[in-house]
Design a protein around this ligand. Sequence first.
Ligand code: ADP
Ligand code: MG
Length: 683
Amino acid sequence: MISADTPVQFLKGVGAGRAKVLHEYGFNTAGDLLWFFPYRYEDRRYPTPIADLGHHVDTPVLIRGRVISAHARVSPVKRMRIFEAALEDGSGAIKLVWFNQPFLADQIKRGDRLAVFGAPRLSNYGQLQIESPDWEKFEGDEEEEGSIVPIYSKIGNIPPKALRQIIRRALESLPSLSDPMPPEIRRRLRVGELVPAIEALHGPKELTGEFLGRRSPAHLRVILQEFFTFQLALRVRRATEEVRVKKRAMTIDDAMRSEVRRILPFRLTKAQKRVVKEIADDLRSDRPMYRLLQGDVGSGKTIVALIAAILMIRNGHQVALLAPTEILVEQHHQRIRQLVDGSLVVAKATGAATAGERRTLLAGLRDGYIQLVVGTHALLEEKVAFQSLGLAIVDEQHRFGVEQRQRLFAKGEMPDILVMTATPIPRSLALAMYGDLELSVIDELPPGRRKIKTAVRAPSHLEKVYRFIDGEISDGAQAYIVYPIIEESEKLNLRPLKQGFEAIRKRFPDRQVAMMHGRMTPADKEATMQRFKDGEIDILVSTTVIEVGIDVPKASIMVIMDADRFGLSQLHQLRGRVGRGARTSYCVLVSDLEKDRLEIFSKARDGFEVAERDLQLRGPGEFLGTRQAGALRFRFGDIIRDHHLMERARDTAIDLLASDGVPRAEEIVRQLLGMDVAATARD
Ligand code: ADP
Ligand code: MG
């Protein structure tokens, strides 16, 4: 009899080789595999006969059949590489077409049996075909024929079918599983028992809308368990933490106030003033500040950080500002030096420093001569020590890992901490997520900021867009042209970018056109970005790697190709790269799909509105873009999609702690954590 503790190598179908692979992925026991849920399901009960596809135009359906022909060709029109296959199922045959995926020729061969999922549509020649469908080789497995098949993410080289069998074996251990969640918590959270939930997630009886929308009782159970554990652990930790009292006593006097007023080149917005006050109160309190400053791109976070820095420095302590790239550090350093005009000793720390510069820097930080240092990761090196680091600021905080931020904070003695981000997260969500962080929001742009004119244009109108760009460049402007790049497993498919780059270079023979993408080394990317900033490049053709927060005042045009492929929040971030100078700025979304969504975007006022819309429209995981969401990732729950559940978990945790006390709450956390469903990451 198998139990949840049975080591994976004792499951049938797992030999030494597969056991090793499973171990590498952290699956040691049958119980571990129970928590490895499918990411989608395939309803193989009712494949649509190919002869009936005419009734399903533009609706995704599952079909199944044998490949009767397969070949690759190059389309003469757009020089696109096309792979075509014909699938036959006894009732009829249909053409399947994939674009720019030549490698499919090695994967799909005549005679293969395929399960294909996609929407049939009429081609220009009036023929029914399915473009770029999902597909899977289908090996006619008796057991799986006519059922709902769970589809799991790949684990090493274990074939999908074998993996399904292994997990089916692991499920036999379910009767031995005890529920780690006490009934009274289940009642408070309004969730059911664990075993039926796990059963349903691996083998649903029906694919209802509720289930596919991850709102079934089974989903609620695992997501709420995960969120609740996270929230309760967070609150227990806070309740048991000794009260931390800073040793610095801070005062803010009139001399400091007038110094701040003197360096300000503009009047602060109301929102900036409010945030400055929130920060000043924190600095004066005897508990260390731990504050997240959110503000849309261009909302003016830097000046707020600088004011905080001046207050700290005038109280006799040092300040460090950490930024993700050299070019951002350079920008901050220049701007800050200009503003303070010699009244503070400001230094920068980057990887590019010479040995001599480094020695001076290290000595200056150690003896307290340097009052404010702006730096990249170079700041985090062990050798960097401060005489007295009073305030640590992290710009674009999502670009740093938890332990990197910690390394900076550890260089001071309970320093005050300010982390900044341009990622707009709805407030309720931010509060639920960062339970122990105070939150400040700059929800207002500086006055006079002109709205970036945003328009949606069909690809057939590109020439017109190009003519417009050319005119603006003659007038001194610079342009970004961004291509979406699909990350296909590990390898980036750069073809669309490279083709686009070549085409644009041909179209603009008299202009300086350069290309930038994520496969370039960081140094090459920075060099390209610097050349753009210096005005040596007129048009930068790029993936989404363009630096966040970078100021290129003359860059006033942002063209986004295949704009429908981006989340609204991502579009907003991209658009924020222009509109930083005096010129009227433009953002052109090139696409003829998803017009409605793109129109909503072009009218939205700010990042928060975009975020809320995006949240409503896009759902699952797409909202923040995977990289940004990385720091906030849970295994089952999605803080965006499930933010109401996060709130429920938070309220329940607070109630429980109040009614049952800390020791009982600790016991429950221990019990829940034993099941290894803790959050995988957290700040
Ligand atoms: P972000 O919040 O994206 O980091 P920055 O701090 O880089 O924004 O500010 C964007 C631009 O707006 C900068 O050029 C800055 O000098 C300017 N700025 C900031 N606050 C104000 C203000 N209150 N009035 C006018 N301009 C401002
Ligand atoms: Mg910034």
